[in-house]
Write a protein that binds this ligand. Structure first.
Ligand SMILES: [Cu+2]
Length: 149
């Protein structure tokens, strides 16, 4: 890349970066789609069941329950490592039902519903476990891990 092109690119980037410094939790949010479900053998799962994240990046964990019954996501030790901006609930048509703000550890997701969890990792951690706390679901395989670098 020519030096002049580099300067031009930097000039374009500067306003974006200065915004990010103002509010890291809102800048360039990365969606992390995750499915909750049960396979043909009766094994319950989060898919994917592992995420590699970085500190300072804003994420939206978009959790969809494809089952006929509710599932739960409990963050457990992940909770100590992240700043939670909000949990957002919308109708199937995309209309906002609620934004819930605060330090939230568990969310139950009803059958065929989607919930979005907005957060920013603030501390590093290796294989931090999240789980479904509904009786029998953990033993059926419903857990996963997050690594923050
Ligand atoms: Cu479950």
């Amino acid at each position: 890349m020519k030096l002049t092109t580099l300067f031009a690119a930097a000039a374009i980037l500067v306003p974006t970066l200065s915004h990010a410094e103002g509010d890291l939790s809102r800048a360039n949010v990365i969606d992390l789609p995750m499915e909750m479900g049960t396979d043909d053998n009766g094994n319950m799962y989060f898919k994917p069941n592992h995420f590699d994240l970085v500190t300072g990046q804003a994420y939206a964990l978009v959790i969809t329950n494809i089952d006929e019954y509710k599932h739960e996501l409990a963050l457990n030790e992940v909770l100590e490592k992240i700043f939670i901006r909000k949990v957002e609930i919308e109708t199937a048509d995309g209309d906002l039902v609620a934004e819930i703000k605060g330090h939230i550890n568990e969310v139950e997701v009803g059958p065929h519903q989607t919930v979005e969890w907005f957060f920013v990792p603030v501390q590093t951690g290796e294989d931090l476990e999240f789980t479904c706390e509904i009786e029998g679901h953990y033993d059926a395989g419903m857990f996963g891990t997050i690594t923050i670098r």
